[in-house]
Ligand binder design. Structure first.
Ligand code: HEC
Length: 210
């Protein structure tokens, strides 16, 4: 019983920000914070500690958030260029796959988490941030609604290329975007990106047909 009380107390402190242990961070360098972070995590399954290493782009975005200042124009241009350079177009130049598979990928948030079986096929979790169809009412709104995406924008080569690039590495157009870099970060395969592209563009898909 006593043990349980301790467990509950520790859980409460963790949830409330562990106020008993909180120290002012004045004087702590970025390196001090990283040391604490690295000591606090253990690698589990597919999640290794290299996730704590920031890419130069993530670092620039964090620095901007910390100082509240805009990224200098030259740095911003470099970041956008780097992100665009990471995008690989479809090898057979076909942008569209199967929207029915795409819908399953958009619905699935499985993959790359410590609780996932290593090697499991990842989903895109698009609905976590976007409205896409009328029938799915459980969606997040961090990103804009993509309902009627293909119907509204058409399927010109330029629009297909823009959307492919955006999904492959969202930072190619918006530095510090909240959207995952599905291709560059190795979350989705080329075929999976084609399938979510079909979900967005196929006139028969529920994105355009509801
Ligand atoms: C964690 C949130 C998040 C997830 C998950 C996410 N997105 Fe996004 N997405 C955003 C945000 C935020 C924007 C707008 C800001 C920006 O441009 O980056 C956006 C923008 C877009 C755009 C551009 C829209 C426009 O008006 O031009 C497309 C297309 C898109 N997302 C497709 C997808 C697809 C497909 C998936 C799933 C494979 C997905 N997104 C998953 C957050 C997300």
């Amino acid at each position: 019983m006593k043990k349980l009380h301790y467990a509950a107390m520790i859980a409460c402190m963790t949830l409330t920000g562990a106020s008993a242990f909180a120290q002012p961070l004045t004087g702590a360098s970025d390196q001090d914070v990283m040391t604490v972070l690295k000591d606090s995590f253990a690698p589990v399954g597919e999640v290794s500690l290299d996730r704590l290493e920031q890419s130069p782009e993530q670092k620039a975005c964090s620095d901007m958030a910390a100082t509240g200042q805009a990224i200098p124009k030259d740095v911003m241009e470099k970041l956008l260029k780097q992100a665009m350079a990471s995008v690989k177009p479809p090898t057979d130049k076909q942008f569209l796959g199967d929207w029915k598979v795409g819908e399953k990928i958009a619905q699935s948030g499985v993959g790359l988490q410590f609780s996932d079986k290593p090697g499991v096929v990842s989903g895109g979790n698009c609905y976590a941030c976007h409205q896409m169809t009328k029938s799915e009412i459980a969606f997040g709104n961090i990103g804009p609604s993509l309902l009627h995406y293909g119907k509204n924008r058409g399927n010109s080569v330029q629009m297909l290329e823009y959307t492919w690039n955006k999904i492959y590495n969202s930072h190619a157009y918006t530095a510090c975007s909240n959207m995952p870099r599905f291709g560059s970060a190795g979350i989705l395969t080329e075929q999976q990106i084609k399938d979510v592209m079909a979900l967005l563009f196929d006139p028969a898909s529920p994105v355009n047909n509801e």
